[in-house]
Structure formats: structure tokens, C-alpha cells
Design a protein around this ligand. Structure first.
Ligand code: SAM
Length: 209
């Protein structure tokens, strides 16, 4: 096999192996001891696809729930620039510390860590332009409460991107649509396939009287 062909085949095999290991070992919250698996991008849940829906712009304030080791956070902070800010929230201090160690010395926008539960966010109403979470929602004991809480901290017209992958905590799109509807968030885009998808929602602007 030519080296140019072998590389994608090996990468594909590594991704499948990572996905299989993930399936077998996944616990909630995701154990810090298994953090190395989080550095392997899952099939379809790439930062390029996240960008396509999140559309993070320089100067924005963005919230990430459950950053893990920072696979998405370090990338998104780079898009926000010095005038922007990425807040990362996780129940595990070890994950937040890991991201901050990796961020040190990089030429990316500021990252502000906060240890908290996604169901009870320590931020005021309408604080963020956008929020995202990737393979996190199903780990949260009450995902509906988390989606409602994220909706609360988004500005009017703010956007939420949810990434989900077929693991033990998978949240199917139809279930997510129900959570979003209850939280007053409107679906606006989706990137499949159904078992490894990104979905985007918007908060609605207030009625003009
Ligand atoms: C499977 S990891 C995903 C990490 C990263 N988003 C990625 O795709 O590599 C799930 C992350 O969500 C965090 N988490 C789990 N439950 C949470 C909760 N209730 N509130 C905030 N973070 C939570 C875990 O600590 C962990 O960092």
C-alpha cells in the first residue's frame, strides 16, 4: 500500500478503535484518567463542522460546557481573538486545569474557567453570544434543565450548538428537539449523520409591542 493511502486508512482505523473504546468505557462524568481518548477527534464531530454551525466571531463571548481536555476550546478561543472571551464550565476541576495548562502561552483569546454544573450556571441572563457542548449533554443527569439554563444565559438571538455521538450517553436529535422546544430555543441547522451530529438552535428575540 502506498504511504499516501496508508495514512488515511490508519487514521480511520484509529478513529474506529477510539470510538469502540469510548463505547465500552464511557462513564459520567467522563473520567479524567481516560483523558487521552478525548484528544482523538470523533468521526464527523470535527472542529470544522462545529465552526460551520457555531460561526464564532472575533470579540464574541462564548460559553463551552464540558470542555474535557480542550479539543474544541483551544480552537474556538483562537477564533475569538484578544477582544473576545471563552468561558469554560465543567464539574471536574481536573478538566479545567488541563485546558488552562494547554492554553498557556498560545496566541488565542482569553479562556476563563469556572467549576460548575451545567444545570446551574453562575452567569446572569443574556451573558453570551453563543454556547456549545460536544458529547456532554447525555452525561448531565437532567439534560432538560441544562438546555433551559443555557437558553437563559444566551443573549436574544444567541446560538447554541450541540454535538452528539453514539455512545452510552447519546441524546438522539428528536429528544434534543424536545428539550430545545421546552426551553424556547428554535432549531436552525443540522449536520448529520444521525448518530454523530451537530445541531444549532437560536434563542428568540423578544416580542416588539
Ligand atoms: C465526554 S467529555 C467531552 C469533552 C469534550 N467536549 C470533547 O468533545 O472532547 C464530557 C465532559 O463533560 C463534563 N461534564 C459532565 N457532566 C457535567 C455537568 N453536569 N456540568 C458540566 N460539565 C459536565 C465532564 O466532566 C467532561 O469534561
Amino acid at each position: 500500500m502506498k504511504p499516501s493511502v496508508r495514512r488515511p486508512v490508519l487514521l480511520g482505523a484509529a478513529a474506529v478503535a477510539a470510538a469502540a473504546t469510548w463505547w465500552g468505557t464511557d462513564a459520567a462524568p467522563y473520567p479524567y484518567a481516560q483523558r487521552w481518548l478525548l484528544d482523538l477527534p470523533l468521526p464527523f464531530l470535527t472542529n470544522r463542522r462545529l465552526d460551520a454551525l457555531l460561526a464564532a466571531r472575533p470579540g464574541e463571548r462564548v460559553l463551552e460546557l464540558g470542555p474535557g481536555t480542550g479539543l474544541q476550546a483551544l480552537h474556538v478561543a483562537g477564533l475569538l481573538g484578544a477582544g473576545g472571551r471563552l468561558d469554560i464550565v465543567d464539574v471536574q476541576q481536573s478538566m479545567l486545569d488541563h485546558v488552562m495548562r494547554r492554553a498557556a502561552g498560545r496566541n488565542i483569546g482569553p479562556i476563563v474557567p469556572t467549576r460548575a454544573d451545567a444545570r446551574e450556571l453562575p452567569f446572569g441572563d443574556g451573558s453570551f453570544d453563543a454556547a456549545y457542548l460536544v458529547t456532554v449533554l447525555g452525561e448531565i443527569p437532567d439534560p432538560q434543565a441544562a438546555v433551559r439554563e443555557i437558553g437563559r444565559v444566551l443573549k436574544p438571538g444567541g446560538r447554541l450548538v450541540v454535538g452528539e455521538f453514539l455512545d452510552r450517553h447519546f441524546v438522539p436529535l428528536v429528544t434534543l428537539l424536545g428539550y430545545a422546544n421546552e426551553a424556547g430555543l428554535r432549531p436552525s441547522a443540522w449536520l448529520g449523520p444521525a448518530l454523530a451530529y451537530f445541531a444549532r438552535f437560536h434563542t428568540v428575540f423578544g416580542e416588539v409591542s
